[in-house]
Design a protein around this ligand. Structure first.
Ligand code: NAD
Ligand code: 89Y
Length: 343
């Protein structure tokens, strides 16, 4: 197949992973980059040998010459840039979090749908090797019908040194990290009908909440708990592992720290190492996330080529983003929030 040509907007901290990922993806290449910060534009342009460089996204779209755009900026610019892509009928990938509000996210889905262009949210955590392994084990029928789960991410890793903006916002862990954990809950147990949540801020140096506990009712009748913390110091730091406990009518699945998958049923227990691959450009402990960046970008290239909808399309991700909004609403009001009402 002919390589798809892509353009990337936002050459910051995380975009470097995306640029490495695109180098590995079969069927797509980045031909132009854009950042309003000239220093970041130069660093990424020089590192990845990209000649076409722009400080203004509108100018880059006007010049054209690419088949899709990959938006790797922080949340406040997402809506304007996605709508710009739609107005030029350019298929678009947008980093998480989708948008500042659910209303913005809905408008972005509507703009892309009206323009007839695919929109994928770069929701990469469900593409992590250990998470895919849990889904495969569940799909094999080994534990019967799932009725309960816990999706847990507890860490004291200093995310603020690489991403200082995370300390500044009124919202922190649910919007930044819990969004992934909520998406994993949907990926494993299906859509959610209602939730309730409690939050805390433990670290006095940041503005938003760094601990959240969320109770979810799934459409299939299962119950799950999503618990996330950046205030939890442990003997062995698990960042960035999501740990999973999943109980079914015929057995259970455990994804434990160190990337071990245990599947137990009447026949006994099998233990499998489901550690992610350390890609040539990756570094521990980020390699789990980095491999999933490559995986979701390969999925995008394959989906664009085949015309199939992506796993984390804008329409799909509205259902994850609604859980974020609902969790903040529930934490503020102490009420249970009906998800259908938000969508
Ligand atoms: P960053 O601040 O380091 O980089 C953002 C870059 O975008 C900056 O260089 C900035 O100058 C540029 N930019 C902003 N608005 C622009 C505009 N309108 N036009 C051109 N350039 C613009 O941020 P980051 O840490 O790289 O995070 C970017 C996004 O990636 C965030 O939404 C974050 O949540 C997400 N992220 C995702 C993962 C993941 O695993 N999916 C991990 C980390 C960060
Ligand atoms: O921004 C976050 C993300 O998406 O994954 C981990 C992270 O970098 C810090 O919480």
């Amino acid at each position: 197949m002919t390589d798809l040509k892509g353009a990337l907007i936002g050459c910051g901290f995380f975009a470097v992973n995306q640029m490495h990922g695109w180098k590995d993806v079969k069927g797509a290449d980045i031909v132009a980059i854009c950042d309003r910060d000239p220093e970041r534009l130069k660093i990424v342009g020089d590192q990845f040998g990209i000649e076409r460089r722009y400080s203004d996204a509108a100018k880059m779209f006007a010049d054209g010459g690419f088949d899709f755009v990959d938006i790797a900026t922080t949340v406040n610019s997402h809506r304007a840039l996605v709508e710009m892509a739609a107005s030029h009928t350019v298929p678009v990938i947008c980093q998480k979090p989708f948008a500042p509000t659910l209303a913005d996210a809905k408008a972005m889905v509507a703009a892309c749908s009206a323009a007839g262009v695919p929109l994928m949210i770069h929701e990469n955590f469900r593409w992590q090797t250990p998470i895919q392994a849990v889904r495969k084990a569940l799909d094999s029928g080994a534990i019967g019908t799932p009725f309960w789960a816990r999706f847990s991410f507890r860490s004291a890793y200093d995310v603020f040194s690489g991403q200082p903006y995370l300390a500044e916002g009124k919202r922190f862990i649910i919007e930044d990290l819990g969004i992934h954990t909520l998406d994993i809950a949907r990926f494993i147990l299906g859509d959610v009908t209602s939730l309730s949540a409690r939050t805390k801020r433990v670290n006095p140096k940041i503005n938003g909440e760094d601990v959240a506990t969320i109770l979810l009712d799934h459409e299939n009748g299962a119950t799950s708990v999503v618990d996330v913390s950046y205030a939890t110091l442990q003997s062995v730091e698990p960042f960035p592992e999501t740990l999973i406990e999943l109980d079914g009518t015929e057995g259970s699945i455990r994804l434990t720290q160190g990337y071990e998958l245990q599947v137990t049923n009447a026949e006994g227990t099998t233990n499998t190492d489901v550690a992610p691959t350390l890609l040539s450009w990756a570094s521990r402990p980020w390699h789990n996330i980095q491999e999933s960046v490559y995986a979701i970008q390969q999925h995008w290239a394959d989906s664009l080529e085949s015309g199939k909808e992506t796993s984390t399309s804008g329409a799909d991700n509205l259902k994850t983003f609604a859980l974020v909004e609902a969790a903040y609403e529930s934490a503020a009001t102490k009420a249970t929030v009906d998800i259908g009402k938000l969508l």
